[in-house]
Design a protein around this ligand. Sequence first.
Ligand SMILES: [Fe+2]
Ligand SMILES: [Fe+2]
Length: 168
Amino acid sequence: MGLLSKPIKNLDDLFVHTLQDIYYAENQIAKSLPKMIGKATDPQLKQGFETHLEETKNQIKRLEQVFQMHGQPVKGVTCAAMDGILEEASDILGVANDDDVKDAAIISAAQAVEHYEITRYGTLLAWAKQLGMDDAAQLLEETLVEEENTDEILSELAEEAINPAAAA
Ligand SMILES: [Fe+2]
Ligand SMILES: [Fe+2]
């Protein structure tokens, strides 16, 4: 069986499907962030993940609000892309044994997660606007901004501290 549980006939169906996809993905992220916090050694990196875990929990609540605004049950569908990104992350962390190199690997994995989220929220935001769902669009935009900020914070941390340490 494919990943799509029912036929997608219009943009509205596609919006709901993608909402279910990111809802599943966010829940998987909420489960993996504590593992990343446990494995990170740089205190700023750990702190960054702690902050993003709290944001992620709030993002899940926002998605639940969007489902409700749309009169849809709160539901996830398997996101093979996020499962793959997280699986790759755990594979690489399993073999990286220098602390600084491991931190660099954790950041690269986390940025793959953030970029996936940015593409999904960017699309959902555009579709919500197109469908005239202004309240939903506002919530999706709040989350999009958090994902973009997280990505930027990770880039700065990598370039200023983690990558130089990993290369030393
Ligand atoms: Fe998120
Ligand atoms: Fe995120």
